[in-house]
Structure formats: C-alpha cells, structure tokens
Design a protein. Structure first.
Length: 297
C-alpha cells in the first residue's frame, strides 16, 4: 500500500518499504561505518567508566618507556612514562563524550526552540531571534572559548557550553527554514481546520515527523565537531590536563619522540581522532542522503 507524504523539498510518493532498502550503496557504507564508530565509542566509554581495562592507565613502568606495540602484552605499546596506550585511549573517550553531549543538547534544544518560534510566530519574535543569531555569529568561537578559559579555568565542560551556545544559530536557521517550508503544505492547513492545538501540530506533526532526521544529522555532526575542538584544545594545553588522558594531550606528548622513531605514542591517538571524527561526519552525510534525499548537496 502506498501513501503520499511531504519530504525534504517536495511531495513525494512513499511506500511502506524501509528507507534503507532504496538507499544508495555508498550511503549505506557511510552509515555502516558511522554506526560502527558510534558503537566502539559507546563500548569504550562503558569500559572506561567501569575500569574494565587491560591495564591501569596511570600505572608507570620505568622498564617499558616508549615500548613498541606488542611489548610485554601491551597491544599498542606504552608512552614516555611506560603507561599502556590502549588503556589510555579507551579512558580518553570520557574527556569528550559527556561534554560533547552537553554541547549537542544545548545547541539542539535552544536552536529548535528559537527556530520554531521564529518560523511559526513570525513578527517581532522572528526579529528578536534573528538579532540573537547574528549577535552570537558575530563573536568568533575560538575567542569566546579563550575568554572562558581565562575567566574560569581550562575546564572542558565550560568550553562545551560555549560550543553548544555558538551552535544554536545554525540549528535555529535549519529548523526555521524547514518549518517555513512545511507551513505552506496542505497538511498543516488541514490540521488547523480540524481544530488540532498548535502545540500538537508543532511538536508532533512538524518537529517529530519532519524535523527529527534533521536534528539527528545535526547531532552526529555536532559530536564530531566537539571531538575536534576538545582534542585541539587539549593538544594546545587549554583542554584536558595531564595526568588525565585525552587524545589531544596524548598526541602532544608523543610528538616529542616522533622523530626518534617512536611514532606509535602519537600515531595511535591521532588515528583514533581521525577515524572517529570521520565516522561521525560520514554517518551524518549518509543519514542526510537517506532521510532527507540530498545526495550531492
């Protein structure tokens, strides 16, 4: 049985078949790789939270300084203090996972609220939301982060609050654009004629049924951005501080020994950063193509 629904940019014919059955092979590969990375991140976070690790990430072995991979049971070797690199990679996920979720929640909740108010109410509300978005966009994100660090301390949670707030205008603009488009469709007018309350129309028929894919995609991209910001700041010394492990400060510490031929202390966390950020971005790109039908845009 077929029915007609409103999709990304036009009314399209839709069947009861799952969307992934009609998806492009490349998009499925993107989503598959992204889901694999998400699963590894979640599993690693649980392992680190419950201390189910191969070795104590803080245990120092002076007899195994910068030991190569496979030495004495250390799969990825040890760092300049003889600490197990694999265990520290797993624990390092805690440095960005919860702070990244905080940034995503802030940007999605505030962005959705402001975008919905601007597009559905219009008038002065839309003007105020536009002014707020322009004001936030006028401040460079890095400058705001450095101001927060100078005013408080290099705390990753403060930093991610700034990241979340500065991500609000993008989310608000996307949601507002989607709602403006949907308000021109017949099913919205029909819902008003049937006497449905405004909050039901907005929350269920607009946000839940039509904006959920957009918000999921933004969440995946936001996590990748949070990882990049956290690791970059930790590498520069403004984020997570030693002895707490972070992929960023692990790369920075291992870089001092790179040209001595001991490349694994910095290469392992660098590859973790690259593969994880790539996974979240490919997941967002694949979902964007499958759910929103925007391949190549």
């Amino acid at each position: 049985m077929k029915h007609y629904v409103q999709v990304a940019s036009e009314a399209g014919e839709s069947s009861d078949r799952p969307v992934w059955k009609d998806a492009d092979t490349l998009d499925l590969a993107y989503v598959g790789y992204g889901l694999l990375i998400v699963t590894l991140v979640l599993v690693s976070y649980v392992l680190g939270a419950f201390k189910w690790l191969p070795y104590d990430p803080e245990y120092i072995r002076v007899d195994l300084l910068n030991a190569p991979p496979g030495s004495a049971g250390h799969l990825l070797g040890t760092d300049f203090l003889g600490r197990d690199i694999l265990s520290r990679l797993i624990v390092s996920i805690q440095a960005y996972f919860l702070p990244g979720l905080i940034a995503i929640v802030i940007s999605l909740v505030l962005g959705t609220g402001l975008g919905t108010a601007a597009a559905y109410r219009g008038g002065k509300v839309e003007v105020l939301v536009t002014y707020f978005n322009n004001l936030v966009d006028s401040f460079p994100r890095l400058v705001l982060i450095l101001l927060v660090i100078a005013a408080f301390k290099p705390d990753i949670y403060y930093i991610m609050v700034v990241v979340g707030v500065t991500g609000v205008p993008v989310c608000a603009s996307l949601v507002a654009g989607k709602i403006r488009f949907l308000r021109q469709k017949n099913f919205i007018e029909a819902a008003h004629v049937l006497g449905l309350p405004t909050h039901v129309i907005v929350l269920k028929h607009i946000l839940w049924h039509h904006c959920t894919p957009l918000l999921v995609i933004q969440a995946t991209l936001g996590m990748g951005e949070a990882i990049l910001i956290e690791t970059s700041l930790s590498y520069l010394g403004f984020g997570v501080q030693e002895p707490t492990p972070s992929w960023g400060n692990m790369v920075q510490a291992g870089a001092n020994y790179f040209f001595q031929g001991k490349f694994w202390p910095s290469t392992a966390p660098a590859l973790a950063i690259l593969s994880t950020i790539l996974g979240f971005h490919l997941l967002g790109d694949g979902l964007n193509s499958i759910l929103e039908g925007k391949r190549g845009t």
